[in-house]
Write a protein that binds this ligand. Sequence first.
Ligand SMILES: [Zn+2]
Length: 433
Amino acid sequence: MLFDIENETLPKDELGALQLKKLSSQLERVYHNVPFYKQKFDEAGIKPEDIHTLDDISRLPFTEKQDLRDNYPYGLFAVPEEHIVRLHASSGTTGKATVVGYTQRDVNGWARLMARSLMAAGARRSDIVHNAYGYGLFTGGLGMHYGTEQLGATIVPISGGGTRRQVMIMKDFGCTVLCSTPSYGLQLYEALQTANISREDLRLRIGIFGAEPWSPSMRRDLENKLGVKAINIYGLSEIMGPGVAIECQTAQDGLHIWEDHFLIEIINPETGEVLPEGEQGELVITTLQKEAQPLIRYRTRDITSINAIPCRCGRTHRRITRIAGRSDDMMIIRGVNVFPSQIENILLECQGTTPHYQLILTREGALDQLEIRIEVGSELFSDKVKQLQQLEMNVKKNIKEFLGVTAKVKLVEPFSIERGEGKTKRICDLRTT
Ligand SMILES: [Zn+2]
């Protein structure tokens, strides 16, 4: 079932024509209403009317997260303040928060895209949605909330935290859809075990996980433990919030990105050059419909690739492969590019380890050292020294084999690595440049 069948199944040429029409009006608007863009376009010697095809967009300058910070808080708004009905802000873990504004039309459009996304994930009006995304300035909670209501399903606005209470409510309310970060999903599973609640006691059938990169092995883990079909959702507050892209339940293979609202490119993060369809690089998004804060060629820092193969669900919007990591999270260890999610994949294949781990980077002399601290399941962490040594060797061997880097492996007691309620901080980089 499709929420917006006409737009979700637009033939490629019609979708392209629609994108170009929307792009032209979006460029006109930002050029005349946002001094930042006027200056940037003028510096690049380009006017909105010089853009005749979708490919011409590569002539325009990028927008970076730093630009949002430099224009904090409202400098990139394209409408007068009285037209703004909502403000959100990103977490600002690596600097000043970035602010995002919405007009009423933006909020409505977001709710419709979220409803589309929920239905693509397999949710229906009859579902009860346990929304463990944080409510507040973070877009996750309210984005999912309005989308669920737009779909006509029931929302349980539980937000993050209070894990013990969460599992009780999930069971008592008969929740059928869980929305959370994947790491919080696993934390909920641990709380279910502690509370002696089995997956059969729950009515969960779908898990919608996002806001941090996760691997196929983590998907299997979540599906087995929670008894759900685990669906990957993607979004970022600068562009809108959750619901920019989502996997369909039919194929569960790559995330349909709503191309009638977003124009996408993949670039080489080092050079900024646009890469051919199918190649892996950084995702760049231009919003086509936003009123309050349109962004042109926004560098997401997320590493992915475009899959243009038609999907059997019937949606014509292309898919992006699951996010492999962030271009600024990418670790370069002795010249090798490594993403935390690749390490996670390997750990999940090793029997006895848990998905809770931390990566510590140090430098000894001129050489980078990677230490991986992994929690071991309680059944193993007793006095079975031989088994633990064997496990340590296995992890080391697999890391070397699959990633080509040598790592120190340290197994630690169950629950000794801090649990994050939201995005988990996995990397601790102690190298000084
Ligand atoms: Zn599909």
